[in-house]
Design a protein around this ligand. Structure first.
Ligand SMILES: [Zn+2]
Length: 555
């Protein structure tokens, strides 16, 4: 084929001929699509499409699948500076890590954090993200600018909390609802930004305000995002406070309906599952969040069977659509499929469809995006399936869910425009943004009052070593300069920046191990010399931690 270059994809009108097109009816060979002014104008058999559009030159995409972009139904764009600070922590980390971190952001750092997050999302094949409401004390339009500048579609939540939830103060209900109305009217003509309301958890808003957000959003065709039934401690708090479980309470105050996007919904009684089915509410099923910090896995296979609307969300864990779909299937299999002998467990198509069209519906954009179909926004991916991981192909949805990888993404399009080419933006400096974010993150974490229940993994490993019997003689030399570096006291800011810069440019073995708060098994040899990763040392500025093993509930 003629070599595919980004220049050939940067036109307002394109006639694309991939090997396979992933349509709402499944994968189809021999199809072509026409994209004009950001929208799919035609989808059909190649011969017919080419004949219908004689002025357009068909662009063959040999070895590629054209498929809808992934939709992240639950994200926190301004938490991207935290990263591994939350790894291995017990539940309700929003109180100890996320809210302090977001409150330490100023306008510049909130913009950079959000743009870093959406760059990661685009690299992972997401063309839409639902931002579930920042606690940063900045105008949310800063996040809108970041999304627009990076070129991703964003459902932008505005927090409407008006009750104390342990992380803030009471707000005036009338002011909250007036701001909500202004927000819903603010982005009427925006191509990429779609307003939404958000309540952090049911107890963070008064009953009348929960009901009012539901009315306002429904009238505006928007969604209300809320975290519900995620952690045992929250379910029990609701039972003690209201005599009802969180989802039951949301229903009781009149806020459960098609406009509601419930994040997590992992700890559900059969009655609550029926509530979701009967009211038409949608769920963001967040399997990686369950694995990393949850108490349970949402019964998503049962959701599909019961006709409950749901998409897949990252919750800011990692912006990789293929790994999210894979985790969605794996989590169902490990928690429900194995127990019931369900070897199909929804099959590949369920999880692929929920990662795209299902998510678009859940975030309120089902008529706009999530499908390769005439009239839908041209939010799509060109996936290289010519490698050994994907060939021979017998069942493309299963292959994409279980073997697909973001390194196969040749191009990411949002609203018909090429936004990424082989992982990086063709029209702005992505690597420079990453370097800037790494510097700023050190400053922000330094001033945020983040508290961890566990030490970071490197420190935990070291502390565990000091209380254990002597290890068998190591086979190599003493730990190198990296370990020594990690034990130093908090560096001054200038030095911290140097560390961050070095870290950004060097993927170290130490960084690869900094993934769990619990003490890791000691390796048979000391860690290789490496610079200490930001956030993985006890010297992270402003980072408080309690001794290993002292984890209790939330703060
Ligand atoms: Zn969340």
């Amino acid at each position: 084929m003629t070599e595919l270059t980004p220049d050939r994809l940067r036109h307002d009108t394109l006639l694309l001929v991939p090997d396979v097109t992933l349509t709402p009816d499944g994968p189809l060979d021999g199809h072509a699509v026409v994209v004009r002014d950001g929208v799919f104008r035609d989808v059909g058999p190649v011969e017919r499409v080419v004949r219908t559009h004689p002025s357009l030159t068909p662009l063959p995409l040999s070895g590629h699948v054209l498929m809808p972009g992934f939709v992240d139904a639950h994200h926190h764009l301004t938490q991207s500076f935290g990263g591994a600070l939350a790894f291995g922590e017990p539940s309700e980390i929003f109180r100890r890590v996320w809210v302090p971190l977001e409150r330490a952001l100023d306008e510049e750092s909130a913009y950079v954090a959000a743009k870093l997050a959406v760059l990661e999302s685009l690299r992972g094949g997401f063309t839409t993200v639902a931002e579930s409401g920042t606690r940063a004390r900045v105008d949310v339009d800063v996040l809108a600018s970041a999304a627009r500048d990076a070129g991703i579609r964003c459902v932008l939540g505005l927090v409407c909390n008006d009750a104390a939830d342990g992380t803030g103060e009471d707000a005036d209900s009338r002011a909250v609802l007036a701001a909500a109305e202004r927000h819903l009217a603010r982005y009427g003509d925006d191509d990429l930004v779609h307003p939404s309301l958000a309540v952090s958890v049911p107890e963070a808003a008064t009953g009348p305000t929960l009901a009012a957000t539901a009315r306002l959003a429904a009238a505006a065709g928007a969604v209300v995002q809320i975290h519900v039934n995620e952690h045992l401690v929250a379910v029990e708090r609701s039972l003690v406070r209201y005599g009802m479980r969180p989802l039951e309470y949301v229903h009781r105050v009149g806020a459960l309906g098609p406009q509601l996007l419930a994040a997590h919904a992992t700890l559900l009684t059969p009655a609550e599952v029926t509530l979701l089915a009967d009211t038409g509410a949608a769920v963001s099923y967040n399997p990686v969040a369950s694995a990393w910090k949850g108490n349970a896995v949402a019964p998503a296979t049962a959701f599909a069977e019961r006709g409950i609307r749901f998409g897949l969300g990252t919750d800011g864990t990692r912006g990789d659509g293929f790994r999210l779909a894979d985790a969605a299937e794996s989590a169902q299999r490990l928690t429900y499929g194995l127990a019931g002998g369900d070897s199909s467990c929804g099959a590949g198509w369920t999880w692929l469809e929920r990662a795209g069209a299902g998510g678009a519906d859940a975030v309120g954009l089902g008529r706009l995006t999530g499908r390769v179909a005439v009239g839908h926004a041209a939010d799509f991916l060109l996936v290289d399936v010519s490698g050994p991981e994907m060939q021979p192909s017998w069942d493309l949805p299963w292959e994409l869910v279980r073997r697909g990888n973001r390194d196969q993404l040749t191009a990411v399009f949002v609203a018909g425009r090429l936004r990424l080419w082989h992982g990086w933006p063709p029209d702005w400096d992505g690597p420079a943004l990453v370097r800037r974010a790494a510097k700023l993150a050190r400053r922000v974490v330094g001033r945020a009052e983040v508290t961890r229940a566990h030490p970071t993994s490197v420190r935990a490993w070291r502390e565990a070593g000091s209380t254990r019997p002597a290890h068998p003689a190591p086979v190599t030399a003493e730990p190198g300069p990296a370990a020594a570096e990690a034990t130093r006291a908090a560096p001054p800011e200038a030095e911290a920046e140097t560390t961050a810069e070095a870290t950004a440019e060097t993927e170290t073995p130490a960084a690869a191990t900094a993934s769990a708060g619990h003490p890791a098994p000691r390796p048979t040899a000391p860690p290789a010399p490496a610079p200490a990763p930001a956030g993985a040392t006890a010297s992270t500025p402003g980072l408080a931690s309690t001794p290993a093993g002292s984890a209790g509930g939330s703060a």
